[in-house]
Ligand binder design. Structure first.
Ligand code: 5GP
Length: 202
């Protein structure tokens, strides 16, 4: 039996290291990372179709109008959204689909797909988040402060997620993330078929 994959939604403030954790998780080809669409400009090194689908506002709005986005949100003046194209296809092929999206989008997915599993990645502390953002050195002190205050807001919504984990030490965070996946896979709602399988193998 080809069991359907599950939809995982991952959020966490900028600088919490969610990209690094997901980088490890995605080495396993049971997972499919959904490439989002955005109207923001590519950063140095970002590639169209790999990091994001970089679109104009007109094109993005056309996709919204055609019902081709699972969800979208406006964040810091730009649109970000999840194209529907591959999601159901990958799920029916048995892949776990991962959406890395901000909190408004995550709450919209929750309403649309009640079987989605929502995971929030916390930094160990705001102090540590500030240290990581400053170390990254890509933002001015003012922008770091803005991101820290945005982070406090985002962190306050973490209680709406199914799982909350901390990204302190990478190896431990990856292990924790894998444990969440395993727990979600064993959720009874997804495994009723096992009861019959066992009973029928008498
Ligand atoms: P960045 O500009 O730093 O790449 O992303 C800004 C924020 O937008 C991040 O929190 C990121 O997770 C979020 N984001 C990326 N793709 C999507 C998406 O498809 N939908 C929503 N709602 N948020 C997204």
């Amino acid at each position: 039996m080809n069991k359907k994959g599950m939809l995982f939604v991952v959020s966490g403030p900028s600088g919490c290291g969610k990209g690094t954790v997901l980088g490890e998780i995605l080495k396993d080809d049971r997972f499919y990372y959904s490439v989002s669409a955005t109207t923001r400009s590519p950063r140095e090194g970002e590639r169209d179709g790999v990091n994001y689908h970089f679109l104009t506002r007109e094109k993005f709005e056309e996709l919204i109008g055609n019902g081709e986005m699972l969800e979208y949100a406006e964040y810091c003046g730009n649109y970000y959204g999840t194209p529907l194209t591959y999601i159901d296809k990958k799920l029916s092929e048995g892949k776990h689909v991962i959406l890395e999206i901000e909190v408004q989008g995550a709450m919209n997915v929750r309403k649309l797909r009640d079987d989605a599993v929502l995971i929030f990645i916390l930094p160990p502390s705001l102090k540590e988040l500030r240290r990581r953002l400053e170390k990254r050195g890509t933002e001015s002190a003012e922008v770091v402060e803005k991101r820290i205050s945005a982070a406090s807001e985002e962190i306050r919504t973490a209680d709406k997620y199914d799982y909350i984990m901390i990204n302190g030490e990478l190896e431990k965070a990856v292990e924790d993330f894998r444990s969440i996946i395993t727990a979600a896979e064993m959720y009874s709602g997804n495994n009723k078929y096992l009861i019959d399988e066992v009973l029928n193998d008498a």
